[in-house]
Design a protein around this ligand. Structure first.
Ligand code: NAD
Ligand code: 2HG
Length: 525
């Protein structure tokens, strides 16, 4: 039974889902890193929110971990490259808290426009400072949305509903989408110079870190108000404080901070700053949504191999997972076969999916082929990092699909180009689920792959099969299956023999000494 650790506060609905799906779930929140490190090796899955830091060190100790599920959007508390390198799938729940967070941003807009928290504190203190809190209207003001994705676009729609003019800066926002939303797509400087209110909704990346710094603030209108419900590192807090102190910025509403949990911050106590402790996603509805979603996604992955909303791997639906299973086995065999025959640097990999397989989601198959291919050279390769390794090594990977019927109802062809030559191997499924190699180096064959194989290429001359059988027999190696193929009578021939034990080097030398043998290779699958 798979085991999952829930290390941040998640709705109890998540525990129930794990239980219902037959997964053991332990809830241990607020663990110091050392304690998490000590126990993480016991778990197949880790469900988190933003508190748990899934560092490379934690991942190194997570020897059984297969999946990290983030109940929420941002995965900046997860070392995704380290997870990828270890074959751990990282998934999030991209839509479950979008409305809630957008509503928080709108609440913050009102709060900062009308000094609501400050007025609340003053009134509770019995001060009745009616003239102190003079606000501004939102109606007819310009709202600048930086980052117009899931949350930014909901904020934009709500802003339009509040009769604001909305301008958006998002290099990845199409003009069509901007038009459909009713926002004006602008450049950052234009937004900065026009907006009365600026609201941030981008992820924290190298391009967005410190996007609101002294330089950007200098381009804003005097009296601008800034809302950040995305990530702390987007705003340079010292620069914002200076602009608030000078009166250039009239107010700021911040849900997120550079250092979290933020027990102290230079903006705390500033009379023009409204703060909440990263509450953007904190509604019962959103927490129920993300907890249910993450538990379902993690259970699906652990129990069926279905992958949804993964940051570092192609998605596989629960419907596709069983259909893909026999193809995954075939893809692994093709990749591994080609990898074991490859002796020079790989320059390009070309994969062709023909017939029935062309209708499936082939991304996971390509990852499986690459994993099999690289396994002979890269010890740490896995399904998750195989495409990354190909990119890092400048190996061109091309995929083609052709749903026309070929000689086989379904076929995968893998061609590997090295510095020396291009070699192809093809495979199909017999009876819908039994992988078979059907062509090697364009020579037809029908071979079942077993754990130990002997691959021989030879000139097609009489006497070869008998001598090979005798050589193996004399060495006490039992033959399980024997498959032959040849390009033409008397031409290039291949033999793929399944044996009951690994063929050692001494025996390989004897096989190579048989007349007409060109190459002999022991293989493991
Ligand atoms: N405060 C909270 O509790 C809370 C809750 C949920 C999400 N968030 C955060 O809100 C942010 C947005 O979430 P989302 O679901 O809308 O994400 P999203 O991926 O749907 O949208 C992000 C948008 O930012 C845009 N973008 C990327 N780089 C940009 C750049 N350099 N300049 C301008 N735009 C850029 C993208 O094109 C995209 O449209 C994330 O950082 C997320 O972690 C915070
Ligand atoms: O889990 C939370 O409370 C914060 C979530 C939010 O930051 C997110 O990125 O989804």
């Amino acid at each position: 039974m798979p085991k999952v650790l829930i290390s941040d506060k998640l709705s109890p609905a998540a525990v129930q889902i794990f239980k219902d799906r037959g997964i053991e779930a332990d809830v241990k929140t607020g663990l110091p890193p050392e304690e998490l490190k000590a126990i993480i090796g016991r778990y197949d899955g880790l469900a988190i929110r933003s508190n748990t830091k899934v560092t490379a060190e934690i991942l190194a100790a997570a020897t059984n971990l297969k999946v990290v599920g983030r109940a929420g959007i941002g995965v900046d508390n997860v070392d995704v490259p380290a997870a990828t390198a270890r074959g751990v799938v990282v998934m999030n729940t991209p839509y479950g808290n979008s409305i809630t967070t957008a509503e928080h941003a709108i609440a913050m807009l009102f709060a900062v426009a009308r000094d609501i928290p400050q007025a609340n504190a003053s009134t509770h203190a019995g001060k009745w400072e009616k003239s102190k809190f003079m606000g501004v209207e939102l109606t007819a003001k310009t709202l600048g949305v930086i980052g117009c994705g899931n949350i930014g676009s909901i904020v934009a729609e709500r802003g339009i509903g509040l009769k604001m003019k909305v301008v958006a800066y998002d290099p990845f926002l199409s003009q069509e989408r901007a038009k459909a939303l009713g926002v004006e797509k602008v450049e950052l400087d234009d937004l900065l110079s026009r907006a009365d209110f600026i609201t941030l909704h981008t992820p924290l990346t190298d391009a967005t870190r410190n996007i609101i710094d002294a330089g950007a603030l200098a381009k804003t209108r005097k009296g601008v108000r800034i809302v950040n419900c995305a990530r702390g590192g987007l705003v340079v807090e010292e620069d914002l404080k200076a602009a608030l102190d000078s009166g250039h910025v009239a107010g700021a509403a911040l849900d997120v901070f550079k250092e979290e949990p933020a027990r102290s911050n230079i903006l705390f106590g500033h009379e023009k700053v409204v703060c909440t402790p990263h509450l953007g996603a904190s509604t019962t509805e959103a927490q129920e949504n993300v907890a249910l979603q993450v538990a379902e996604q993690m259970s699906d992955y652990l129990l069926t191999g279905a992958v949804t909303n993964a940051i570092n791997m192609a998605s596989v639906s629960a419907e596709d997972a069983p259909k893909l299973k026999p193809y995954m086995a075939l893809a692994g065999q093709l990749g591994s076969f080609a990898g074991q025959l490859t002796e020079h640097g790989i320059k390009a990999v070309s994969i062709s999916y023909e017939g029935q397989v062309a209708d499936l989601n082939t991304k996971p198959l390509t990852a499986t082929i690459l994993e099999g291919l690289f396994k002979s050279f890269v010890e740490t390769v896995n399904l998750v990092n195989a495409p990354v390794i190909a990119r890092e090594r400048n190996i061109t990977v091309t995929e083609a699909r052709n749903d026309r019927s070929c000689d086989y109802h379904t076929l995968i062809r893998l061609s590997v180009t090295t510095e020396q030559h291009t070699r192809s191997v093809e495979g199909t499924l017999f009876g819908g689920d039994k992988p078979r190699l059907v062509s090697i180096k364009n020579i037809p064959i029908e071979a079942e792959v077993g754990p130990f194989m002997l691959y021989v290429t030879n000139a097609d001359k009489p006497g070869f099969i008998g001598r090979l059988g005798t050589t193996l027999g004399e060495a006490g190696v039992n033959i399980a299956t024997f498959h032959l193929g040849r390009a033409e009578a008397g031409g290039d021939a291949i033999a793929l023999i399944q044996v009951d034990q690994q063929v050692g080097n001494a025996l390989l030398e004897k096989v190579r000494a048989i007349p007409n043998v060109v190459q002999a290779k022991a293989m493991k699958f």
